[in-house]
Design a protein around this ligand. Structure first.
Ligand code: DO4
Ligand code: MG
Length: 297
């Protein structure tokens, strides 16, 4: 079984301001077109649920219960599935990413070549939870970038012990011109307003072999028409999930858990840049679909 764990705002009372609704943790039941409100089952936060050793069994036990408040999927506002977790990212974990970085790089092509083969992966800080944008919220293109792309990535959700407890989708928005100009500009290419999107939900249950059999897709629409579509298999990811998690947790603790993006295997052609008004759609198999409009920041 695969369970879908989310954060959402329930629909407000008719006429009441939407902002008044508190964030809830939910179990998404797509076949019933419903999200169950887990507050009534005693779940106050996503963070506490991610620490439950029996999480999947507990979620399975809830599914048939008719006593929990439930809302239609179209009636709620989806929030990014993070609370206090830091978001980190791995890079150059797919051959396609290595080739793209080497091509864009003015001085440091060999750094990408070396890190792809090195035991130690590239890992970088990406976002604080409060800076992550959720489904439907705009992702950003820096005003000082002429060349920005989305990076659709499998995201590992880790508990405080550094174990992989679930998977979601992430968009590691990246300014390729800034990154390519000088490797030391990487934080500016990667970390800025609206540069990270996550969601809409966390898949709990599948093992790594199952996830590696899934396909990641990216579609970019401009004025209603597709301007880019690409795909890759998660199985092309060079490093293991536990390997990446272990490197991240080597010399630091994450008391609330963490989210780790695993790198991109889809890169649009070098003459492509995102524009304000575009729409980015990322999907993982037919299980998770994250759509965000694009704005200038
Ligand atoms: O080294 C630059 C970033 C790589 C990255 O974000 C990726 O491969 O996804
Ligand atoms: Mg990336």
């Amino acid at each position: 079984m695969i369970a879908r764990l989310c954060r959402f705002e329930p629909p407000g009372q008719p006429g009441a301001p939407r902002a008044a609704a508190p964030a809830r943790v939910g179990l998404v039941l797509p076949e019933a077109d419903r999200v169950l409100d887990l507050a009534a089952a005693g779940a106050a936060s996503l963070t506490e649920l991610l620490e439950r050793p029996d999480l999947l069994a507990w979620l399975e036990g809830l599914t048939p219960r008719g006593d929990l408040p439930a809302y239609g999927l179209a009636a709620v506002r989806w929030l990014a599935p993070v609370e206090r977790q830091e978001v980190w990212a791995a890079g150059v974990t797919y051959l396609r990413s290595k080739a793209a970085r080497m091509a864009e790089s003015t001085f440091s092509a060999s750094a990408y070549d070396r890190v792809y083969d090195a035991p130690r992966p590239e890992l970088f800080f990406k976002a604080l939870a409060e800076k992550v944008v959720g489904p439907g919220q705009a992702v950003g293109v820096r005003r000082d970038s002429r060349w920005t792309v989305p990076e659709p990535e499998l995201a590992l959700v880790l508990n405080a012990a550094g174990q992989v407890v679930g998977y979601t989708l992430g968009n590691d928005m990246s300014a390729r011109d800034i990154e390519g100009e000088n490797l030391l500009y990487l934080p500016q290419a990667k970390i800025y307003e609206r540069s990270c999107a996550l969601g809409p939900w966390i898949l709990v249950g599948p093992d790594e072999a199952t996830v590696r059999g899934w396909t990641l897709t990216l579609r970019i629409r401009r004025a209603g028409a597709d301007v880019f579509a690409g795909r890759t298999e998660v199985g092309r990811l060079k490093r293991g999930f536990a390997e990446l998690a272990a490197w991240l947790c080597r010399a630091q603790k994450f008391p609330h858990g963490a989210v780790l993006l695993t790198g991109t295997g889809i890169v649009p052609p070098d003459d492509f840049t995102l524009q304000a008004g575009d729409e980015v759609e990322i999907a993982l198999a037919d299980l998770v679909r994250l759509v965000n409009p694009v704005t200038k920041v």
